[in-house]
Design a protein around this ligand. Structure first.
Ligand code: NDP
Length: 249
């Protein structure tokens, strides 16, 4: 595995979270120089220490991906400090679950801004450099709930479904320039977000998953690593479900 991404620079947004951390590790092991973003300073310090202990040297920049100007500044800073980014993994995301009857405009907008507008903001900041260099990989992290919908998640399901529309449109625009754009749609993964759900509810979720367990962040990271590699050059505009068979589309 080592060496497949040698010389590549990879940006993973939301690298302090469960799937983000596993992806930072995976891409580093594959040889990439990995850069990530953080919102909360304390989580960033913790992540830097954890990664160092595991032999991963990750550069981590503050950036609110829901803010267009901060993403532009991020692109300039990475370009100046490290170099041109070859791989963008749009992974940062949030939930604000509630039924439509109770959903506030703030809850709707927060999820659309952080999960969907962020994908535009980040990709827009890096795509021109990829087009100029005629090489690049964009991997957008959606969700099983963007494919099937989910009770209490009209905001999240809408944002996550929108991500794949974005993937398919951009994939067509940039395919001739050697850039691929794909979506990964994880099912329920054992990250803090899911482990915070009461055990009883978690067991009800697991009962609906044919493989009878939650996914591991490393399993999502492995798929992202493949899509970021040269071996995946013929795959673009695709949506990869990794959900233990919970939803087959
Ligand atoms: P976590 O909650 O563990 O991590 C989310 C990450 O996103 C954190 O690093 C967080 O930063 C960051 N983030 C959130 N908003 C912003 C923002 N505006 N700007 C910058 N960073 C931001 O989530 P997971 O690892 O579980 O999920 C990662 C992705 O996978 C998400 O897009 C999620 O929707 C998707 N997903 C997860 C599933 C699961 O079962 N876990 C299932 C399907 C999809 P900070 O901590 O600093 O706030």
């Amino acid at each position: 595995m080592s060496g497949i991404l040698d010389g590549k620079i990879a940006l993973i947004t939301g690298g302090t979270g469960g799937i983000g951390k596993a992806t930072c590790k995976r891409l580093t092991k594959m040889g990439a120089r990995v850069v990530s973003t953080y919102l909360g300073e304390s989580k960033a310090v913790e992540m830097r220490e954890q990664m160092k202990e595991q032999g991963c040297n990750i550069a981590i920049y503050p950036c609110d991906v829901s803010d267009f100007d901060q993403c532009q500044a991020l692109a300039d800073n990475i370009q100046n400090d490290i170099g041109p980014v070859d791989i963008v993994v749009n992974n940062a995301g949030i939930t604000r679950d509630t039924t439509m009857k109770k959903m506030t405009a703030e809850q709707w907008q927060a999820v659309i801004n952080n999960n969907l507008n962020s994908v535009f903001n980040v990709t827009r900041a890096f795509i021109e450099s990829m087009l100029e260099r005629q090489t690049g990989r964009v991997v957008n992290i959606s969700s099983i709930n963007g494919q099937k919908g989910q009770f209490g998640q009209a905001n999240y399901s809408a944002a996550k479904a929108g991500i794949h529309g974005f993937t398919m449109a951009l994939a067509q625009e940039v395919a001739r320039k050697g850039i691929t754009v794909n979506t990964v749609s994880p099912g329920y993964i054992a990250t803090e977000m899911v482990m915070a759900v009461p055990e009883e509810v978690r067991n009800q979720i697991i009962a609906q998953i044919p493989v009878w367990r939650l996914g591991k962040p490393e399993e999502i990271a492995a798929l992202i690593g493949f899509l970021a590699s040269e071996d995946a050059a013929f795959i673009t505009g695709a949506n990869f479900a990794a959900n233990g068979g919970q939803h087959m589309h």
